[in-house]
Design a protein around this ligand. Structure first.
Ligand SMILES: N[C@@H](CCC(=O)N[C@@H](CS)C(=O)NCC(=O)O)C(=O)O
Length: 218
């Protein structure tokens, strides 16, 4: 039975983007179930029929349901070990898990002030000191990875993997809010934007017409 990934709006749902990219960029076949977010009770009930969390994303693999973007990526790494979602050596793997968990549980100011909205016209806004500190830390994470693992390939740990999937939505936040970063970080963003799976998600998100008012800042 094919894997099923339940996702929200591609334009806005940064959480959905992560496992979707992990699947698509690694050429793992899956069926996509799109449920528009924040439209009312009917769609909420549809979400709840897939996962009691009532949130996207969720992955359905036969009688196994996995929810939460990072848990799904962990599951995919176990289910498809040949795809090398985490780095092979233990030290790099620990590093990749640390930055993925840091992304998953932090950077609240950046998330709050610079919501993912692919259709948003590019332009800077005034940011709080906390958001600027978040940006500096992400830049540091990327630059350190590129310096340490650059010889393996252009992504954080060489080839596209779990950590890249976790940070992918940030690339859109930095792009749409015209956030300037160091050259190495910009190179990493360019690499990500050139990834066919990233471009595919982006094109589909931009083409969506649904608007979630609370995620529009203009
Ligand atoms: N920590 C969760 C967050 C999931 C989440 O908050 N999803 C939002 C969409 S971006 C959602 O489904 N909201 C719909 C709702 O609450 O009705 C993850 O990483 O998957």
């Amino acid at each position: 039975m094919a894997l099923k990934l339940v996702i929200g709006n591609k334009n806005y749902s940064s959480w959905s983007m992560r496992p979707w990219l992990a699947l698509r960029a690694n050429h793992i076949a899956f069926d996509e179930v799109f449920i528009p977010l924040y439209t009312g009770e009917a769609d909420k009930q549809r979400l709840l029929s897939f996962t009691h969390s009532g949130k996207a994303p969720a992955l359905i693999d036969g009688d196994v349901t996995i929810w939460d973007s990072l848990s799904i990526i962990e599951y995919l790494a176990e289910r498809f070990p040949e795809k090398g979602l985490w780095p092979e050596d233990r030290a790099s793997r620990a590093h990749a898990r640390s930055i993925s968990a840091e992304m998953h549980s932090g950077f609240m100011a950046l998330r709050y002030e610079c919501g993912m909205n692919l259709r948003r016209p590019v332009g800077a806004i005034p940011l709080s000191a906390d958001a600027r500190a978040n940006i500096a830390r992400i830049e540091q994470i990327w630059v350190e990875c590129r310096a340490r693992y650059g010889k393996r390939g252009p992504f954080l740990f060489g080839t596209f993997g779990a950590a890249d999937a976790m940070f992918a939505p940030v690339v859109h936040r930095f792009r749409t809010y015209a956030i300037e970063v160091a050259r190495q970080a910009q190179n990493y963003m360019d690499t990500m934007m050139a990834l066919p799976a990233f471009a595919e998600w982006t094109q589909a998100g931009v083409a969506e017409t649904l608007i979630i008012e609370k995620f529009e800042d203009d």
